[in-house]
Design a protein around this ligand. Structure first.
Ligand SMILES: [Zn+2]
Length: 728
């Protein structure tokens, strides 16, 4: 079965062949084109219907509409564009006054703004219909391609096919030079080598450079890699597929990271997948100044540490979801020594791809991973860095960052919203003490506590890395690390974590781009304009965890080199759901102990603090109580449940209920981290430290977590490894 995937420069619409009815207007090309055309047609109609309906809506209905629109066009598409009957039905069912804020006129203005976004999506779609369906279109650029690269060739070179592709993918094609000018600028580098490839099955890479950068409608760093491959595509004949020789490109842009294939013979774009999850609209929104203000109730200033020590971080500690849930404290050397044997700031010089770049705070050529600092208290200091081949790595020299960068993540501001992250601002401290106060309760704006926000993002991302490592998202499974310590997989890919991204424009969201193993994932966290002063998504752990889980699920599903398995439909929905589930299970450890000793009363929202609404950003909060969360599989038949986030919250609710049932049976663990040495007595695994049985080949069987919550988490991670590409 060949699935289709469509995403415009702002990747919001996705569709499968089965989603759509055949359109009578398009008979000229493939089923994919007909589907696209019929979708555009239907959406145009229903958008018109909605605009007619808009003036008559009540405040409650407007609030509801705003909420679904804010959660992204994906979630909104069925409601708005599904059918007018559905829309009216949906607007009138269980009207929720909670969602209503502000005056009706103000609300209507906001809904109209969001509708404009939707319209822009439609225009993008139309442009892409043109791209995919009508090669001989009126676009002068497209006409010129033929002249620039030579028409009627049986085989076009990588750079020629790229000229044709770039115009389709660019968010601002009007900024690009003409096809022939563009073709002139490009140069090509073939990376051929006599040495065996890391993965011999992969075709060699052709690197195209000289491409305009992202500010000129082009790509990040002006470079793109291409590979010659065969791709399964729909044939003209219904229900059949054929193999086409294509150039497959990895095109990194500001808000998207596309894998796209162009046929070598006729330059048709035959396949586009976006590796970005939760990508925001690129339309710059005016940030509405909201006057409503209240102080975070449980917040208080950080006391000065009495005995300052290196490797300390002033943060909302692991398990505190957001500033309403607990206080900032100082955490010292919090890493897991199994998951991060060289701590969070170091990796070998050999793994340092930036060694000559002069990054601030970077020290190289050190004799030990901790530089001049003694090994943190409570750790045995042996740093048993023996690689898989049994080679002792202690003779290597080390890089250490006296800032928020290291083996698992580089965290920094990205106020400009650009991709030049390496030299962006990071807090620096040569004593390795990253203690900064969070200032919202003093009325500070996010920019004024950037050091704390970046430290928090660094901390949360590292803690997540360490936990997931212990649950099996390790080097071989394709995790994100600069140095894989000789344990397999591909290194060189610590997460790039952008705090307060695009400070003055993008808002109320976050996203994660996951390329295959060996390339750095990129997370963008945004400011939320839902509160005065504005709130910083970096400080809400649940949002960060949701995004990082896109990296985990994408790398684990279908293998670490395949990033296209969770793009859309139920698979994409599950991708969203795992993020909410991880965020919930992690905060539950604290909140269960502090607030909800009765599991049946536990209720968890997503993004409630950042969005400044108790209900959070999903339709329902997670709870075993079906009056709080009535979601069942049948819920997916309802209008409004077409997009990945809506599907995801249903999946996350299943997982949460599954976890609660396991807790009822097996009890609750106060920590999610397995013991560093499981052969010592412990309460984490069934049978404690008993020797585990072995498989027939002599390998030890995995230990089984004893408690319901740890067992649920382990099962979910194992499930991701076992499931096929595009699970349902
Ligand atoms: Zn997501």
């Amino acid at each position: 079965m060949c699935y289709y995937f469509y995403q415009g420069p702002e990747p919001e619409f996705t569709l499968t062949a089965d989603d759509l009815v055949e359109s009578k207007t398009a008979q000229r090309t493939s089923r994919q084109c007909r589907n696209l055309l019929s979708l555009v047609e239907a959406q145009e109609q229903h958008k018109a219907g909605l605009l007619k309906l808009l003036p008559a809506l009540t405040t409650g209905q407007l609030g509801k509409l705003k909420k679904v629109l804010s959660s992204g066009i994906r979630a909104a598409s069925q409601v708005i564009f599904g059918s007018e009957t559905h829309l009216a039905e949906w607007l009138n069912e269980d009207e929720d006054q909670d969602a209503v804020a502000g005056e009706k006129a103000e609300l209507r203005k906001q809904v109209e703004g969001l509708l404009q976004d939707a319209e822009q999506q439609l225009q993008n779609m139309q442009q892409h219909v043109q791209v995919l369906c009508e090669r001989s279109s009126k676009s002068s650029f497209l006409k010129n391609i033929a002249a620039a690269v030579g028409d009627g060739m049986p085989f076009h070179a990588a750079e020629d096919a790229f000229v044709s592709l770039l115009h389709h993918l660019s968010p601002t094609p009007e900024k690009l030079p003409s096809a022939s000018e563009l073709r002139e600028k490009l140069s090509v580098h073939h990376s051929a080598s006599l040495l065996p490839n890391q993965a011999p099955a992969e075709p060699p890479i052709v690197t195209i450079s000289g491409i305009p950068d992202e500010r000129s409608g082009g790509v990040v760093n002006g470079k793109v890699d291409a590979r010659l491959m065969y791709q399964q595509v729909d044939s003209e004949d219904e229900d059949k597929t054929e193999l086409k020789l294509v150039w497959r490109y990895e095109v990194e842009m500001n808000n998207n990271w596309y894998e796209a294939s162009v046929a070598v013979d006729d330059l048709q774009v035959v396949h586009v997948v976006d590796w970005a999850s939760d990508a925001p609209s690129s339309r710059t929104r005016e940030l509405a100044e909201i006057t409503k203000s209240h102080k975070g109730g449980k917040q208080k200033p950080l006391p000065a540490p009495s005995h300052p020590k290196p490797f300390s971080y002033g943060v909302f500690p692991w398990g505190i979801n957001d500033p309403e849930m607990g206080n900032q404290t100082t955490e010292r050397a919090p890493w897991d020594v199994v998951a991060s044997p060289a701590g969070w700031h170091s990796f070998s010089d050999k793994s340092n791809t930036f060694i000559k770049s002069g990054v601030k705070g970077m020290k190289t050529g050190l004799k030990t991973a901790f530089g001049n600092f003694s090994v943190p208290e409570g750790q045995d200091g042996t740093l048993s860095l023996v690689d898989a081949q049994g080679k002792n790595r202690s003779a290597e020299t080390w890089t250490m960052f006296e800032t928020t960068g290291g083996n698992n993540v580089f965290a920094h501001e990205d106020w400009e919203g650009q991709s030049n992250w390496l030299h962006n601002w990071r807090p620096m401290n040569s004593s390795m003490m990253f203690d900064y106060e969070y200032g919202e309760y003093d009325g500070l704006r996010p920019k004024e506590y950037i050091d704390m926000a970046v430290t928090q993002l660094f901390y949360t991302t590292n803690m997540y890395h360490d936990l997931l490592y212990r649950l099996g998202f390790d080097e071989v499974s394709g995790n994100f690390q600069m140095d894989n310590f000789g344990k397999g997989g591909r290194g060189g890919d610590a997460v790039i974590a952008n705090a307060q991204d695009a400070y003055d424009s993008a808002s109320n969201n976050a996203n994660f781009m996951t390329p295959p193993d060996g390339q750095q994932g990129r997370m963008r966290m945004y400011i939320w304009n839902t509160h005065s002063p504005y709130r910083d998504g970096d400080v809400e752990a649940g949002i960060v965890i949701h995004e990082l889980t896109h990296g985990t699920s994408t790398r684990l599903t279908g293998g670490p080199m395949n990033s296209g398995c969770l793009g859309f439909g139920e698979a994409g929905g599950m991708g969203e759901g795992w993020g909410d589930f991880f965020a919930t299970v992690i905060r539950q450890v604290t909140e269960h102990a502090n607030y909800n000793k009765d599991h049946s009363k536990e209720v968890y929202s997503m993004g409630a603090w950042a969005a400044n609404t108790p209900k959070g950003i999903r339709n329902y909060r997670y709870s075993t109580n079906d009056t709080v969360n009535p979601s069942t599989y049948k819920t997916l038949d309802r209008p409004g449940y077409w997009g990945v986030h809506a599907i995801g919250e249903v999946w996350a609710e299943f997982l949460f209920v599954m976890e609660e049932l396991l807790i009822a049976e097996h009890g609750f663990s106060k920590t999610l981290f397995p013991p560093v040495d499981p052969t010592k007595p412990n309460d984490y695994y069934r049978g404690g430290n008993e020797t585990v049985a072995t498989f027939a080949n002599g390998k030890p069987k995995p230990r089984i977590p004893k408690h319901g919550n740890t067992l649920a988490l382990q099962l979910v991670v194992d499930g991701m490894k076992l499931q096929p590409c595009r699970p349902s």
